[in-house]
Design a protein around this ligand. Sequence first.
Ligand SMILES: *Cc1c(COP(=O)(O)O)cnc(C)c1O
Length: 379
Amino acid sequence: MIPFNKPYKTGREAEYIQQVLDGDHFSGNGPFTVRCQELLETRYGFHKVLLTHSATGALEMMPLLLELGPGDEVILPSYTFPSTAAAFLRAGVGIVFCEVDPATMNMDVADACSRVTERTRAVVPVHYGGIAVDLDALRAGLPDRVHILEDAAQGLHARHRGRPLGSFGPLGALSFHETKNIHCGLGGALLVNDPQLVERAEDIWERGTDRGKMFRGLVDKYSWVELGSSFYPTELQSAFLLAQLEAIEENSRHRERIYHRYRDRLAPLQGDVFTLPMVPDLEEINFHSFFLIADSEATADAIREELGARKIAAYIGYVPLHSSRMGVRLGYQAEDLPVTEEYAFRVVRLPFHNSMDEDDVDQVCDALATFLRESRSGV
Ligand SMILES: *Cc1c(COP(=O)(O)O)cnc(C)c1O
């Protein structure tokens, strides 16, 4: 049995959690939260990091912080996780879905730029599988007033032309959900790259209060200053996360080996039945996932069935948002984004996690090679 995902464990999480249990700070924004934030700021050069309970939470902070609401629009791919859209929708912002680029399954940058109107306040690129959206092309195609807000939930440790994903716009979001490379069960981070937004970000993060300023001695009592919420994780969560963040190089080296084994074995098998996504620069990705793009939805289903019969758990990609029940409620129809509708169902994600070794990859690739032989001979 080869599971699709197995959450990463370093073996050092318990030691840090014990330190929390031995102390008196549990609620969050304590020493472990600060250590995680400083580690991320130092390693990746993010101006200010605020840990959140999820990437969903970090995305929800964006419209609050930029004061986006009714009358404003954001452009984002339909091929993404629901939170990318929901975070803005719940603030009353209009959601404008754009097409996917079938070469990468990332946002089609030209299509996104073509949807800008005078109401557009931001574009939200999603770095699918830790492969960067072409952020330079996106920036060049947008008016200066339109923000880039990166959903880098899958993008930690990946870069675009040397710069870490999540650092390109005023705000970015990371996820530490157990399905991501580095996790703490549920967790995330808001990356505040615009120094002018830091103070208000901290107040929104502190349930809308200036409690942080009280701890720094800047005010003698705290009060309600922003529309905020309870956005940060407990110290127990942050202690778990610190153990993982400290192991990121080791984690990444292992994933790199698995990734290259997949690529070396499957690149020669590409053709009329499936292709691999186009990766602009293999040096810059974070080896978050490995997926194929089949020639049809039926082939994608058949591949998953063939693998499933051999106890290998392959998985589908995202079900498009625009044609989902919520998307239809927003006034969209499947035909509005034909490329997304066609390609989303052709994605086959293969098992990919740190508990796999090369033998596991070989088993998956052998099964795919058999599938190809059988489909070509018409069995
Ligand atoms: C995982 C993921 C999210 C949600 O992250 P949570 O931390 O579970 O809230 C959002 N967007 C993308 C692209 C993701 O992959």
